[in-house]
Ligand binder design. Sequence first.
Ligand SMILES: Nc1nc2c(ncn2[C@@H]2O[C@H](COP(=O)(O)OP(=O)(O)OP(=O)(O)O)[C@@H](O)[C@H]2O)c(=O)[nH]1
Ligand SMILES: [Mg+2]
Length: 450
Amino acid sequence: MGLFDIFKKKKQEEPVEAEAPQSAQPEDATAKTDSSANQEPEASVAADETVTVNQAVVVQGTDGAEEAVADEEDSLTLPEDNTDGNQVAEKNQTNEQSIDETERYAESEVVESNETVVDDEVKHTEAAEDKTESATDDNEQAVYEKGLTQSRKGFASRFNKFLANFRSVDEEFFEDLEDTLIGADLGFDLAIQISDQVREEAKLENLKSKEDIRELIIRIMVESYEEQGKDEDQNMHFAPAGQPTVVLFVGVNGVGKTTTVGKMAQRYKDQGKKIMLAAADTFRAGAVKQLQEWGERAQVPVVTGPEKADPSSVVYQAVERAKAEQVDMLFVDTAGRLQNNVNLMQELAKMNRVVKKVLPDAPQEVLLVLDATTGQNALQQAKLFKDSSEVTGLVLTKMDGTAKGGIVFAIRDQLHLPVKWIGFGEKASDLRVFSAEDFVYGLFKDLVKS
Ligand SMILES: Nc1nc2c(ncn2[C@@H]2O[C@H](COP(=O)(O)OP(=O)(O)OP(=O)(O)O)[C@@H](O)[C@H]2O)c(=O)[nH]1
Ligand SMILES: [Mg+2]
């Protein structure tokens, strides 16, 4: 069963009171939903003998990295937009503050385009939203629906505005469609590609009504998303039993690395695993303390070094300790900003090598953390990290704070890196294993009738 069929089936199973009048035939309701994408990942990496290393060499960091850095100083740049996200004050903002900002942002997006939205569609969206308010942590789909409220509203209002102007499938229609998709963060290339496909199929199937066109667009978005993800491995990878699984968290400043480490520590601790954290962000004042607070909350040990220590030496000590104490998982929090971006990339590469010297098969995962609210900027960051570190997957944070869920489509289209985790808020339970099914449903459920 394809992703779009699963989506339609979920729509069909929705409680009736929230339904809008039907205009399309329901799909086959007997097939089973494939929930494999939402399973907890299994161990899969083969064991090798570990190699002991001369600690002094590693701690001194004699990799020649510093010289290389000088040569390459100006050859890499990160997008400027994110540079002030590193303020300590911002890190200390309360939940209330950040929720307020999120709401203001989403409201301004929606208000801007709501004028032309057809009344019954707005009511339909609101009814569905009320329903998701009661989401519990146990119900994965409800968590997605709640977390994607802003994005769903944003998408619905963009689409409804676009379709309110719909008269016929002409050139103006395609221009508006492309603008709508780009506005939703899908990126230029994907917007054009989807628009071309809509053009082809609308003609082929001779679709003319607003409802048919609406469903066609969503179907093509979902199907092309599914098609592009065929070869992506979304599972987390683990070391064989008896060896620590090492996970490095990388990404620019302020994207949510430390928070994600804390959330994940809590999650796996709750599953009965023995967890250890490494505070390898020795650059930013307050970073170690922030991680220690998460460590205390989850009651897991945090390996730290002296102030301004070589981050790789902290990593080395942590890996040695994790191995000696037979922990199941070691999560390494890294800096989002060093003296410059080249230093940052060099440092991440060095950490990777240091881990391998103690545990040749580690790190099992290098998770690049991206902030969904930064849209296309996040894509640029990802390209840079992908080129210089061995990123195995993505964590997409702050999904609750964006009105443009289209970034998930753009990531798959342009990066072909699997989104493994998604963050819907600041609490530990707000981090979820990424599920394409729940995501697609949470984003589009108000746009397609059963
Ligand atoms: N709303 C929301 N906020 C989040 C989410 N994930 C992280 N945050 C917030 O984003 C801010 C930055 O998070 P950090 O974890 O400190 O980011 P970082 O990448 O470690 O930043 P540096 O250490 O400066 O590189 C904090 O206020 C977090 O609470 C999320 O999924 N949703
Ligand atoms: Mg941090």
